[in-house]
Design a protein around this ligand. Structure first.
Ligand code: SF4
Length: 426
């Protein structure tokens, strides 16, 4: 399946600067925050340390008011020293949890740095617990450890873990992959329905009763650029990936929908009728921010793995000038349609050596820096204007109706900085 676009070159042939030094990123446990909101009958049980529990609780502080859908089974010193049978304790804790919470239908055992260090076999634990608690509860396992990962990989690992157990089907269906906020998922379904595509399933589904089935007639499309392992697992099950840019901004959304339309033989007139009005709304909403963003230089530190599609959106729709686009991993197969659209010029870097990158950043002195929380405060203190990359996964940013909000995430810090400098003048 191929994808047609008007610019054949862009950054596809740009050499990539690869760095393997110290990194400043959150671990994969972070993704539990948005995954647990999406999957309403799932529970995420982190098998980790008090540090893991603190990370989760501070990232999702609001959940203390509700019956939470995540928790941490804390490995104590005697577990880490191998003096206790961590498996027996885990079975006991899971038994207690499921007895107390009959609403849980999917349980994810999430590995962490400590569970990996003591080589606790969570795959076997999941198998064992599955036989004990099926069919009421389905138990999966994946790793959210911070050893060699970045925070969005948690979602990829979670979804990839579900793929092997998806039931088989011969139905011709479209599978949309990625944990979209419900309101955005509804907009996506409505756009597809307006194009006449109604056999649509989502992974992850809101509830376990809607978990999709899969087979060789399944076509799937990603909504996030960080779902490489999930894409590989789906392809292994015979499903076919629809190649497209990601649905960020008016252009990204239109090209994403066009790729689906081409696959399902949607007539041009139907496509136009379904997309004309929301496209116009998105263009207008982005234009309101373009004035602030146009001509401003941009530096993206590697963090969310969304950097390449975002840079494409900010360059092509908002007129920004990307200087360096860093990404933790450059997944060529998934990002090629993006790279070919991205205007030629910026440095592309993969991985991180934070000190060297900070030196490049200081030399280039960009107008706007997109980075992780750990770098944002010191950079702000040094006079730079920053945007936290993690907001991009907590804020609805996909498809037409969010295009203006997406541009707003980047124009707001620039406006705030301009205001502060005006106020600071005598
Ligand atoms: S998984 Fe590792 S990096 Fe993440 S909070 Fe736990 S110890 Fe820290």
């Amino acid at each position: 399946m191929s994808f047609d676009h008007p610019l054949p070159t862009g950054c596809s042939a740009t050499p990539v600067l690869k760095e393997r030094g110290q990194r400043e990123v959150f671990c994969g446990l972070t993704s539990i925050i948005w995954l647990h909101r999406k999957m309403q009958d799932a529970f995420f049980l982190v098998v980790g340390s008090r540090t893991c529990a603190h990370l989760l609780q501070s990232a999702a502080g609001v959940m203390i008011f509700a019956e939470p859908r995540f928790g941490t089974a804390i490995l104590e010193e005697k577990d880490l020293a191998g003096l206790a049978d961590a498996n027996a304790e885990l079975d006991r804790e899971v038994g207690r949890l499921l007895e107390r919470r009959p609403d849980i239908r999917q349980l994810f055992l999430v590995g962490s740095c400590p569970s990996e260090v003591i080589k606790l076999d969570l795959a076997r634990a999941a198998e064992r617990l599955n036989s004990a608690h099926a069919p009421h509860v389905r138990v999966y396992n994946y790793s959210g450890s911070g050893i060699e990962t970045t925070f969005t990989q948690g979602e990829d690992a979670c979804l990839a873990a579900m793929v092997p157990s998806l039931e088989e089907t011969d139905a011709e269906e479209l599978l949309v992959i990625g944990a979209l906020p419900d309101v955005v998922e509804d907009q996506c379904s409505a756009l597809l329905a307006a194009m006449g595509i109604t056999s649509v399933r989502m992974l992850p589904a809101r509830r376990s009763t809607n978990i999709p089935r899969i087979g060789r007639n399944t076509r799937f499309i990603l909504t996030q650029p960080f779902l490489g392992d999930t894409a590989a697992a789906l392809t292994k099950r015979g499903a076919q990936r629809i190649e497209a840019p990601f649905p960020f901004g008016e252009e990204g959304t239109t090209l994403w929908l066009k790729a689906v339309a081409a696959c399902f033989d949607v007539p041009e007139a139907t496509f136009e009728a379904a997309t004309a009005a929301p496209r116009a709304r998105a263009q207008k909403a982005v234009a309101a921010h373009r004035e602030t963003l146009e001509g401003k230089s941009l530096f993206l530190f590697p963090d969310s793995q969304m950097e390449i599609p975002l840079a494409r959106f900010l360059a092509r729709e908002c007129g920004m000038r990307p200087l360096e686009i860093g990404t933790p991993y450059l997944h060529r197969a998934l990002t090629e349609p993006e790279l070919s659209l991205l205007p030629y010029g910026p440095t592309l870097s993969e991985g991180q050596d934070v000190d060297l990158q900070l030196e490049r950043h200081a030399r280039l002195a960009p107008d706007l820096t997109v980075c992780g929380l750990g770098l944002a405060n010191p950079l702000e203190a040094a006079g730079f204007t920053t945007k936290w990359a993690i907001e991009l996964v907590f804020t609805p940013v996909h498809f037409y109706e969010q295009a203006g909000d997406l541009a707003g995430l980047f124009s707001r810090p620039l406006r705030r900085r301009a205001l502060l400098s005006t106020e600071g003048r005598p």
